[in-house]
Design a protein. Structure first.
Length: 226
């Protein structure tokens, strides 16, 4: 949970294996229980015809909360998220620097430092992303959910992909709770700093971000627990 370290006990829970996909979120919208997210450039909802298996992004906290509720689940707390990402306590493989261990994330995640991922160039709304690949280009958008190898507990994309919303309010390095915020964890396809993908670090480290309620951007998505 940050430095100085704290010993925290969490109750048993089950976490989704991948981030919630466009296909899954679309089912909630069709059921009338979720609102369509805003869809400027680089938001997968606008490109959902081609990105059904990519993580839904550009969601607000309310979007994520309502989806998990509809699915009979909820958003994880930051403590639950970190427990899952690090491999948990004595019964698990962790704690680990990254969800897969201590090795650098170079080829192991959908992030801006992976030099050999196929890149989809920026797209215009409603137009199919062209199939362009070049080994020297960094990712310009999300990857298919579950594309990379699993980490602790068989979970995928706990590093990279999209920043994941938690139910926990954001506390700064002084420990004070910032009103109307939630904590983001895990890093995203946009990050070029490997430290953003780490499972642990100081409270003000790059592995944690502050998310304002009501805000949306292309680097944010979520997964649920129950």
């Amino acid at each position: 949970m940050g430095w100085p370290s704290q010993l925290i006990t969490v109750k048993s829970f089950r976490m989704d294996r991948t981030e919630v996909t466009v296909r899954q979120y679309e089912a909630c919208v069709a059921a009338g229980k979720c609102k369509a997210p805003r869809a400027p450039d680089n938001c997968n909802w606008e490109l959902r015809q081609w990105r059904q298996d990519h993580p839904i992004n550009c969601v607000t906290y309310a979007n994520a909360f309502n989806y998990c509720k509809w699915a009979g689940k909820r958003l994880p707390t930051e403590e639950e998220w970190e427990y899952a990402a690090t491999g948990g306590g004595p019964a698990g493989p962790g704690p680990m620097q990254y969800p897969w261990g201590t090795a650098a994330p170079k080829y192991r995640a959908c992030w801006g430092g992976n030099p050999y991922r196929h890149r989809t160039p920026a797209t215009k709304r409603g137009k199919a992303p062209p199939r362009v690949s070049h080994p020297a280009w960094r990712p310009a958008d999300t990857c298919q959910a579950g594309k990379f190898a699993a980490g602790a507990w068989g979970l995928k994309d706990m590093a990279g992909g999209v920043w994941e919303l938690t139910a926990s309010g954001y506390r700064g390095s002084d420990g004070a709770l910032v009103p109307n915020t939630r904590v983001l964890r895990g890093g995203s396809w946009r990050e070029a700093d490997a430290d953003a993908l780490k499972t642990q670090g100081p409270l003000n480290g790059p592995h944690r971000k502050k998310h304002r309620l009501g805000r949306t951007w292309a680097g944010v998505g979520f997964r649920c627990v129950k």
